[in-house]
Design a protein around this ligand. Sequence first.
Ligand SMILES: [Zn+2]
Ligand SMILES: [Zn+2]
Length: 720
Amino acid sequence: MENKKQAEAARRAKLLKMRAERLPDIKKQFEENQKRNFNANFAPGGKDEKLVRGKRKAASKATKSVAKKPIKKSNTKATKATKAAPTATDKKREVNLLVSTRKGEMVHHQRMLSQDVNAQATQHIIGIPVNKSRYNGYNGQQVTMAQIKSARQHRDAVRIIPIGGLGEFGIGKNMTAIEYQGEIILIDMGTLFASEDYPGVNYMVPDAKWLEDNRDNVKAILFTHAHLDHIGACKHLLPYFGPLVPIYATSFTIGMIKKQMSELSDVPDMNYHEVDPFRHESIKLSEHLSAEFVHILHSIPGNTSIVVRTPNGNILLSGDWRFEANPMGTPADYDRLLEIRDKEGYALLLNESTNIDTPGTHPHSEYDVGENMGRVMDHYANGRVIISCFSSQVKRIELVLKEAAARGRKVAFAGYSMINNVEVALRAKAIKIPKDTIMKMEDIIKLPDEKVTIVCTGSQGEMNAVLNRMVSGSHRYIKIKATDTIVFSSNPIPGNEPKVVSTVGGLLREGAQVIQNGKTHLTNIGPLHLSGHAYYEDHVKFVTDMQPKNYMPYHGEFYMLQHNAEMAENVVGIPKDNIIVADDGDIVELMPDRTIHKNGRIHVGNKLYDDADRQVNEAVVKDRIHISREGIFVVILTLSKKTGRLIKTPDIVSRAFIYLDNSEELIGKIRHYLRAKTDRSIASDDDIKTMKEEIKEDVTHILFDATGHTPIVIPVINKV
Ligand SMILES: [Zn+2]
Ligand SMILES: [Zn+2]
């Protein structure tokens, strides 16, 4: 005990000493950076140039700085000095803004705001991301623009380029390119659901600029499985390639892609090939590249890993996977993966990272989940049972149908994606359903409650999904009542917890019973969900079994990739130099001697879409964030065409900022300012332009002075 304490004290002392030694250096560097930024900002052309222009003039006349004079006066002078617009200098009319805050304070507020808005609206990879991981491919050193610019590709390298899915905020947008001597194959085209940080944005799609530039080189497009984070971007990206490029996937996945494409107003002709992974067929994709699909388990039918055979060895892309001792449907073709390992080996393994932070291994199977659904139906036999889960969990839906049929219950589906997915699964023969169990919603509600089971979307608390509509009473057929039992057959995706909490609260307020996965102690029923992704120990086994020469984590946020890499080095024993933690856009080269390194980057980014599948510009998102924080303020002036003079009281419109009825004094002040400002003829277009700029700035200042906020100010000048 004493020893431990001593060791801890010694360690802390050492740390403090190290920090003390480094502190002067860090401080010096910080100060230098500050100085550099400060000077650059205030230099001509810098973003704060305006703030010093007045001072500079004064200094050049060798007079004293104006800064020390009383606030109001100095402000007027500073305004005078800064408003040196070339077109209207002589006509310039100074108006006392009657404010007590300095303009610099307003500019500071605006700058902070714009930094916040930018940070919120651009949480994805742009430029060169910071990556000083020990597995970053540059010995832990941050790669520089110069290094990237001077990168020259090796002709005989196989290039692995993640276009999306690595180091994002959230999991999604999965897309990987593999290139060899100008032949490109693509694996997956996913979407990423946007967080609340992006107002009005529903999902994101990888920016395909690089693909647009290399379209003719794309020889084939492959899909591992049909989750939206792997196929969601099809309707935006596939039409681009047309029928010349073959698309390979299992039948269920192709069905889901076709369903998605059918939503397009102009459905493009595509070249689909259904793959049967049990044929162990090596599909020739181009002169040098071929691929084999291997069936592996996940939470959706038709799921596969893909082995890409290249001149520099085999690349195994794990796709999404989990181990299951007792799976529903066909077991994983794990033996085939082992067979390829034995016969050919894997030069590189790209392994998914979703649940790398979850210890252990899956403790139960889908069958347990199904049985527990049955127990819910037994325990709450007198009321309706409403089960919400991910709409792609068609195998679980099959279990619910079985349990319901065994108890004489009928089942209806609610939610567009739920109905769609069941249809596709039936057509692809991915599920079997008991006879006479499924009913339409409008029919099932006529049955007594104890016969009714409903499977619906909304387990993530999505506002517009069926479950929430049932709570709010806006669902056409179902309104939650006290005898209902609602099962959450899922876990909240990180970030969705508050929404799930609110949905659960709404259900409980209606007096209903709520049974959530992971809360077995409350109801004695569970588990009610099984994650589709492997846990830590599963990864250890998988990577150990595959014996890859090189290793690259994918499908995960940065911390997941890093933890996955640490597992591969520390537990499996893959040497550090054979492991790469890459970001979207990094070019990873696999060489003929089976070594691996990073070499340059391609342009990657995000395209944002709303819930009507229309693209949203990032500038629009920034405006929305700005307005949501500060509001919008419109000033409308009406001038006579003849005289150029104001002919009526200025109109003022305020939205999301202040409630006008309670702000007479402030509005009076602005009207007064506007009258004084326009107390002359404004005739030319130049005059109007200058006037608009000045009004925008002055009104912003008056509003900031009164409220501490800087809404978007829009001056409108009409001539009648
Ligand atoms: Zn998946
Ligand atoms: Zn996935």
